[in-house]
Design a binder for this molecule. Sequence first.
Ligand code: ASP
Length: 330
Amino acid sequence: MISFSQNQSIMNENFAIVIHGGAGTILKKNMTPAMEKAYQEKLQEALDSGYTILKNGGSAIDAVEKAILVMEDSPLFNAGKGAVYTNASTNELDASIMDGKTLNAGAVAGVSHIKNPIKLARVVMEKSEHIMLSGKGAEDFAKQHQLEMVDSAYFYNEHRLNQLNKIKKTEKIQLDHSDEKNQGDASAFKDSKFGTVGAVALDKHGNLAAATSTGGMTNKKFGRIGDSPIIGAGTYANNATCAVSCTGHGEFFIRNVVAYDVAALMEYKNMRLVDAANYVVKEKLVKLGGEGGLIAIDKHGNIAMPFNTKGMYRGYKKSSGESEILIFKN
Ligand code: ASP
């Protein structure tokens, strides 16, 4: 539905936001009612915060950033405060953001002292001549732009440390039996079941945006960077097609250029959003052995939330009034 706003510019009343809080081995039997409630409430808060911006005529970029901020500040998700541990028991965070109107993008990788990596990704997009900054350089840039820095103690999380120790133990058993590793050993993903966060949105002005933030994968080594900060792999937005944010075993998402692949299928093959997203997640990724999922929205406000894992924290809220928070496979 099209209407005229006070300043007489054409406003599209059809807007929506979709979020995810990671995909993986998320089973109802492993979750207490209290935990389930905590996830639902935090997802709802993230969704509502982004939706309010859209409802008030704000931009899709502001909406996705805000939704991610809520999840980065929660210990429930593997992003910001709840980031998983590397093999060296440190936290190295990645994030990216993309504006579908301008195709501008910003990303940061391997940062350890930034409270909200998504804010830094946005500043990279808006205030630097580059797209992706990493490690110390990214942190120097953050300081120059007065972003909030934190001590590594901010990320301390006993539950995450236990996850690390558990994975290290199984890894040792595996190494005792074989010294060969495939690119993207699927078993490594199974235990890091609380994933990455992401958001995609369509605003009243018809603009799309996508954002993703993560602590990466538990036990990652040697400065490993996953798909989340890579434009085209973990995040992509283009007003001509769709906005996408991914979660899952990053190595497979990089090799499949997943986020861009969904947009490309729409652009070059005229596929519908839902068909393109399902094909990439449920056929292409599955063939290669890549576990995970994605959220996507197109310029008409159609949404897709496919995943090939046991569950994915996800939710959407549309201007039509439809809204849902889901965790498990239905
Ligand atoms: N995709 C993220 C990575 O590989 C992890 C996740 O989504 O859980 O770093």
